[in-house]
Design a protein around this ligand. Sequence first.
Ligand SMILES: [Mg+2]
Length: 376
Amino acid sequence: MKITRVTATNLSFEARAAAGGLGGEGAEATCFVAVETDEGITGYGQTGITQTEIVAACVNHVLSHVVVGQNPLDVENIGHLMYWAANPWGQTGYASHAAAAIDVALWDIKGKMFGQPVWRLLGGARNRLPIYITFGAERLDLKGAVDVAKEIVAKGFSRLKMRVGRPGLSRRTTRPAMDDIVSADIARIAAVREAIGPDVGFALDAGNRLDYPNAIRLAKEAEHYNIAFFEEPITQNDPALMAQMRRMCRVPLAAGQNEGLPFRFKQLLVAEAVDYAQPNIAICSGLTSALKVAGMAAAFNVPISNGGGHAPHNAHLQAGVINGTMVESHVGGFGAYEHLYEGLPIVKDGWLELSERPGFGLTPDLERVKAAAGKY
Ligand SMILES: [Mg+2]
């Protein structure tokens, strides 16, 4: 079997926020990739959380040249070719997203060829996973955060994660002081915990936006509210500072959703900086690389988890390997998938169940892909 064509399309569309039926409409952007073969099997992949137009250009104008003509089952060889095509001088960045979208499509082909779901090809550790719902846009005030949290729980979800530390360091010259941002967060954490009661899993995510002193302050306060984990508390996922923080605080730490190469996880694991490693298959150069991260984490007795969404894809990694744990859906995250695909995993009572459909089990609506193409 040979790959005959690789095409990336930058998509932009309005999607219903459909995490269990929550929320309204929202703008979504994603880079959608199709890998065609001479045996009629087409694999589909996608990536996001970055400038998808640039990523699509990287797929179409750089990576496709080394991928076309290869056997799609040779994911190690193709990963090697893509790495050296895009990173000949050891760069990191957008290219990892582009490689990820292609690699995900290759695993989709592999599953379709063998007539098996990806989660089983990886090892079939389980086919059901707990799902947690992420909420907390910058615009949400204290009452808004409480209302959304209560709404999520009322929909049957028993795990949620709130964004904190926004806008944090990203606009420190023009927005409130860091200590004011953290004070507002602490008030929201207390109010949400009181509203949802003691039994609901409650995690935090600073998205790399805090400096060390403010991250420590927030984590110390969070200790009073039974926080399940604190994701990406410190800017740039600094391994030494996170390790120091982990020794000082009782809140478990998680990181890695936007790391593009496995070596960054080696740094986090060797430094003992994380309780959960979070390789995202749509970002970390693909499932082939994320699997290596999962193996590294297993050797350190560290579980992996899903940050950065793309739950219907990432669920396969989390379900496939024994140190997988759970998947994330944003309020709105599933809406983007529902807009583009048929065959989504079933989400019920706070659990996500994967099907026996081959590959990732997702069938894109190519008319909708066409309709959303190229807009920004
Ligand atoms: Mg995150």
